[in-house]
Design a protein around this ligand. Structure first.
Ligand code: APR
Ligand code: PHB
Length: 388
């Protein structure tokens, strides 16, 4: 097969890149390891920056997003037992955020791929990248027991943190920056009405988060030990621990119920530099991982795809400069977002073995946020997303 851009991975980054390129007249073939139902079954992020909302609107994906998404003008942070501070995005940063599950974004992308006849090849294994530093790179993979080859001009590595693309950059050309956090998030879905606002909480017992997927589907998290397994956490233990970590006035509002999904995810920060090598370009989790505290993973993938698609469009119009500068351009937002996600994680979690001084400094940060509108504006503008 031959195409202009071969895309590895049909998660949010790969599927979005293929759709935008198609709408701008650039052909692509997407090679995805899993089946379509498998990708759609993943429970992932739940918050879109307004910048992401506007991008999805611009490619015709605004209808369901506005019909089923829930626009939020603020989030709440519980701290010091029963303190609550409001981060009022609309008032402080002039933009809201949209609660809309990544699963729905993926469904919308796949529906658009069907409508626009995009070429996504699911259940492909043994993907290999070849000749990425030449002008004739190609990708081989196996599907239906047969080895396939895609000749292309460029390869976009959108294959996430466990993908093969990042490793195609030689070890002596690739720098990996990483921070593993000494705790995980235990998350559940319950068919119960969510709180009116997203609520983050820092508590002596650890972090908690109350979020949503729709008016009758809630998403809750508690910080847990990396040694924990889902079996260590009955629903009763989960709800007891969650409510104990929330300010009482908020805990009273939580409607508990049986979990229909329960999973534990480790938290890590990671950046791969550079995000391009020869004719290979990385986007999304293939290039960086952020802890979910800042709700940035999906939004950063969308931002990378914005920069990369603009660069491909310019390149095919005879302007190669943007593509040559893609990594430098994308990394500015990546590092800014990685810092914000790290900062929110340190602000809101309890670190095993930390001293009482560390927790007091954390509580002073939260007290300062309560007093200072400028400090709250700083969080607000980063949470809803800086302009591209
Ligand atoms: N060959 C082909 N496809 C692969 C390979 C491979 N070797 N390895 C991984 N993939 C596929 C995965 O099956 C997945 O569907 O690449 C896709 C990568 O998608 P994501 O991991 O969702 O990453 P991305 O598209 O960058 O989206 C980032 O997804 O994981 C969340 O928290 C993350 O919200 C963020 C968003
Ligand atoms: C979610 O709804 O899953 C969610 C919301 C906000 C976060 C992280 C996860 O910061």
């Amino acid at each position: 097969m031959k195409t202009q851009v071969a895309i590895i991975g049909a998660g949010p980054a790969g599927a979005l890149l293929s759709l935008i390129l198609h709408q701008r007249g650039i052909e692509s073939i997407v090679i995805e390891r899993q089946s379509k139902p498998y990708v759609l079954d993943r429970i992932r992020a739940g918050v879109l920056e307004w910048t992401s909302v506007e991008l999805l609107e611009s490619i015709g994906l605004g209808e369901r997003l506005h019909a089923e998404g829930h626009r939020h003008d603020q989030v709440k942070i519980g701290w010091g037992g029963n303190e609550i501070l409001d981060i009022e995005f609309q008032k402080l940063a002039g933009k809201p955020m949209m609660a809309y599950g990544q699963t729905k974004v993926q469904e919308d992308l796949y529906a658009a791929a069907e409508r626009e006849n995009l070429n996504i090849i699911f259940e492909s294994s043994d993907v290999e990248l070849h000749d990425i530093t030449t002008d004739s790179p190609y990708v081989t993979f196996t599907t239906n027991g047969e080895t396939q080859r895609v000749d292309c001009d460029f390869i976009a590595g959108c294959d996430g943190q466990h993908g093969v693309s990042r490793k195609a950059i030689p070890d002596n050309k690739r720098t990996e920056f990483e921070r593993a956090y000494p705790f995980g998030w235990l998350g559940i879905l319950s068919e119960t009405p969510p709180l009116p606002h997203l609520l983050y909480a820092n508590n002596e017992k650890g972090f908690a988060l109350c979020s949503e997927r729709n008016p009758m589907l809630s998403r809750y998290y508690v910080q847990c030990s990396l040694d924990d397994t889902v079996d260590d956490w009955s629903d009763d233990r989960f709800w007891t621990e969650l409510l104990a970590r929330l300010p009482e006035s908020q805990a009273e509002l939580v409607v508990t119920g049986p979990s229909i999904e329960k999973s534990i995810a480790p938290l890590r920060s990671e950046v791969i530099e550079p995000m391009q090598y020869g004719n290979l370009f990385l986007a999304g989790d293939a290039a960086h991982i952020v802890p979910p505290t800042g709700a940035k993973g999906l939004n950063l993938a969308i931002a990378d795809v914005h920069y990369l698609s603009e660069a491909f469009v310019a390149r095919y119009a005879g302007e190669p400069a943007k593509l040559a500068a893609y990594s430098e351009t994308a990394l500015k937002r990546v590092w800014s977002t990685v810092r914000f996600s790290w900062w929110m994680t340190v602000l809101l979690h309890r670190f095993p073995g930390e001293s009482s001084f560390d927790q007091r400094m954390r509580e002073e940060d939260l007290a300062y946020l309560t007093r200072s509108e400028s400090a709250r504006r700083s969080i607000a503008e980063q949470y809803v997303g800086l302009d591209y």
